[in-house]
Design a protein around this ligand. Structure first.
Ligand code: BGC
Length: 447
């Protein structure tokens, strides 16, 4: 880790942390919540590595006061959480469950009292199971249901949430949930899953209209980005890398910024007028970054034209992901160069890493690797700002160790360690480091 201090960020830069509903809340049956596709998926033997589910997770639903106190001590400007659709509209459509909204209202009000801006994501992959039963994101109606749900949340919280994020990482929900089946709903449709991309984007566009109609804003979407590195030097390898780049990085961004779908990635699900709905102006683009992706051409007869390849020569996290901070700078600089004036201001809405963190004999959790990871990624963000990219915030994934989807409880991403037996929260060294960094920047921002 470099010992020179991280350069000062512009005044007004937003420091934050992110979480998502199914990964921390628990309270799976509380106050009228009904199952989502992740309850169903986790209940299917063999889907989750440790056989667990998010039924209890960090029990945040019953402990949000403790967690807001942790946020206040950390000193963040903003907290990004997600609203669970199956709490607000348990059957996917009508009626609204007021008790579900009550929880988010308590959370939002407690955040505001603590001086923290609530940033709400409306869909972080927990589709109500009844909507999956009618086709899920393969069914265009799901977009309409999403807009109704967005309206219901905005009707209650539109005056208090400071940034609205419609969808989290529609590419990951498409690729792992519907392309390969490693995530809920567990469909392995490969490129036949493309209508899922379109219906998510349509849902986003309709939700933007619903939020604005309620006077709620500013409005954003969060995408997952990964710089693509061709592995192998044949023409086929380079073509595979270009194809994968279009799928991962441009499939969702091109239509959002008014360009329509990249060549070869459209679907018959697109109807007249849809692209205009999708391209409704947004105020912020959320960028999530974890690592670059190595790609080479797939062998003849493979269901996809590319193979994902491990990138050698980098340190690795507990997820076995390469640690490449410069990839975050590359993504931000690429977005700026590629989309120019059509790119709205950017916020890095997730950046973080899993390590095998455990309390030591004194009960401290010393996570030096995570501090080095965050330090490197913040320097990369600073380089992008210096290169002219309008990056207005950085949110660490995640506040708490939590339920990491198909990896269950085996991967710890938190600034705060969670003992899942006792629900004890122990701030790690990285929490103290991030707290001190925020305080130092707040005292001396760049003007
Ligand atoms: C997701 C999070 C997830 C994190 C680490 C992101 O893709 O938004 O829900 O926990 O990556 O895998």
């Amino acid at each position: 880790m470099t010992t020179t201090p991280i350069p000062a960020f512009p005044s007004g830069f937003r420091w934050g942390v992110s979480t998502s509903a199914y990964q921390i809340e628990g309270g799976a049956d509380a106050d009228g919540r009904a199952p989502s596709i992740w309850d169903t998926f986790a209940g299917t033997p063999g889907r989750i590595v440790d056989g667990s589910s998010g039924a209890t997770a960090c029990d945040h639903y019953h402990r949000h006061t403790t967690d807001v106190a942790l946020l206040a001590d950390l000193g963040v400007d903003a907290y990004r959480f997600s609203v669970a659709w199956p709490r607000v509209r348990p059957d996917g459509g009508c009626p609204v469950n007021p008790a579900g909204l009550d929880f988010y209202e308590r959370l939002v009000d407690d955040l505001l009292t603590a001086g923290i801006d609530p940033v709400a994501t409306l869909f972080h992959w927990d589709l109500p199971q009844p909507l999956q039963d009618t086709g899920g994101w393969l069914n265009r109606d799901t977009a309409e249901r999403f807009a109704e749900y967005a309206d219901a949340v905005a009707a209650r919280l539109g005056d208090r949430v400071k940034l609205w994020i419609t969808l989290n990482e529609p590419f990951i929900h498409l690729s792992l949930g519907h392309g390969t089946g490693e995530h809920a709903p567990g469909q392995a449709l490969f490129l036949d899953a493309l209508p899922v991309a379109h219906h998510q984007l349509l849902a986003h566009g309709m939700a933007v209209a619903a939020l604005r109609a309620r006077g709620a804003g500013p409005v954003a979407i969060t995408n997952h980005y990964s710089p693509v590195r061709p592995v192998g030097d044949t023409e086929a390898d380079r073509a595979a890398a270009a194809g994968y780049h279009a799928l991962h990085n441009r499939l969702f961004t091109d239509p959002l910024l008014g360009r329509g779908y990249p060549t070869g990635l459209t679907t018959p699900a697109v109807r007249d007028g849809d692209l205009d709905v999708i391209a409704a102006p947004i105020d912020v683009l959320g960028v999530n970054y974890y690592n670059p992706t190595g790609i080479r051409a797939a062998p003849e007869g493979s269901p996809l034209p590319f193979d994902l390849v491990e990138l050698d020569g980098y340190p690795r996290t507990a997820c076995d992901w390469p640690v490449v901070p410069g990839g975050l700078r590359d993504v931000l600089v690429w977005l700026h160069a590629e989309y120019g004036d059509t790119l709205p201001p950017v916020q890095v809405t997730e950046s973080g890493c899993a390590y095998d963190d455990r309390p030591d004999a004194e009960g401290r959790v010393v996570d030096t690797d995570r501090i080095a990871y965050l330090d490197g990624h913040l320097r990369a963000v600073h380089e992008a700002i210096t290169a002219g990219v309008d990056v207005q915030g950085y949110y660490v994934w995640s506040l708490l160790d939590n339920w990491e989807w198909a990896e269950g409880f085996t991967k710890r991403f938190g600034l705060v360690h969670v003992d899942y037996d006792t629900q004890t929260r122990t701030p790690k060294s990285s929490y103290t480091w991030f707290r001190d960094l925020i305080a130092a920047h707040r005292a001396a921002p760049r003007r």
